[in-house]
Design a protein. Structure first.
Length: 239
């Protein structure tokens, strides 16, 4: 009985070893490809803000300030689907009173945040300048918090880069197989990842004061190129 059990265990061990060797017969290779695109879109985060003694006054100031933004959007023919309100907040503001040792209400602040997409990248600098208020004010204004270049051709660029990355991966695997004296039977597993375009960049500009804008030169922006990178890892079965 012990001999039979021992023989069975040995057979199982040999089968497990054979299966492990079969599973281990593969080559893993990686490749990457990158495509450059001239951007034809620019995404901006535009923020309208105001502050006043009462909530109603703060809302009215924000509404008046928004008219300047709305005019710029209309002048540059920005489509409705390219404008989205991300956030609207009306909050009280407090200051700490040292004598009373407690917070004291000093007013209210309104913040309205918009995501705007321009489809004429050459207009981006002029659009920023158009956000400048026509009156001198310290109780309301417009901030541009971020800006990012993009392209509606990015999906096609990703597909093209993916094909190049897969071909590069196979070329590497073929070289490895040739050097090792084996042949590739087929693909066992393949995965890929994509990066790009660049994330939104902070701008941190306040367009609330006309005096500052009057002295400034027209805004010029450099779009550069969008880089779309695809990385592929593949597992190839070998003889």
């Amino acid at each position: 009985m012990k001999k039979v059990l021992g023989a069975s265990l040995l057979a199982v061990a040999l089968m497990a070893g054979a299966n492990a060797q079969a599973e281990d017969r593969f080559i893993v290779a990686s490749g990457a490809a990158e495509k450059g695109l001239d951007p034809n879109l620019v995404h901006m985060n535009v923020e309208v803000w105001s502050k006043a003694n009462t909530a109603k006054q703060a809302q009215q100031l924000a509404a008046n300030q928004f008219k300047q933004v709305k005019k710029a959007l209309d002048d540059f023919k920005v489509k409705k689907e390219d404008i989205q309100t991300d956030n609207y907040s009306l909050n009280p503001e407090y200051e700490y009173d040292q004598k009373l040792r407690q917070n004291k209400l000093v007013g209210f602040r309104v913040v309205q945040s918009l995501s705007v997409t321009l489809r004429k990248v050459e207009d981006a600098g002029n659009f920023l300048d158009a956000l400048v208020a026509e009156k001198k004010a310290t109780d309301s204004g417009v901030n541009v918090n971020s800006l990012a270049w993009d392209s509606d051709k990015r999906p096609q660029a990703e597909t093209a880069a993916l094909g190049d990355a897969v071909r590069m991966t196979r070329t590497k695997a073929d070289e490895i197989a040739k050097a090792a004296g084996v042949k590739i039977k087929g693909v066992s597993k393949i995965s890929h990842g994509t990066s790009g375009p660049n994330p939104p960049q902070p701008v941190f500009r306040n367009f609330g004061l006309k005096a500052m804008a009057a002295e400034a030169a027209p805004t010029e922006l450099s779009s550069g190129q969008i880089k779309v990178r695809v990385e592929v890892t593949a597992e190839y079965e070998i003889n």
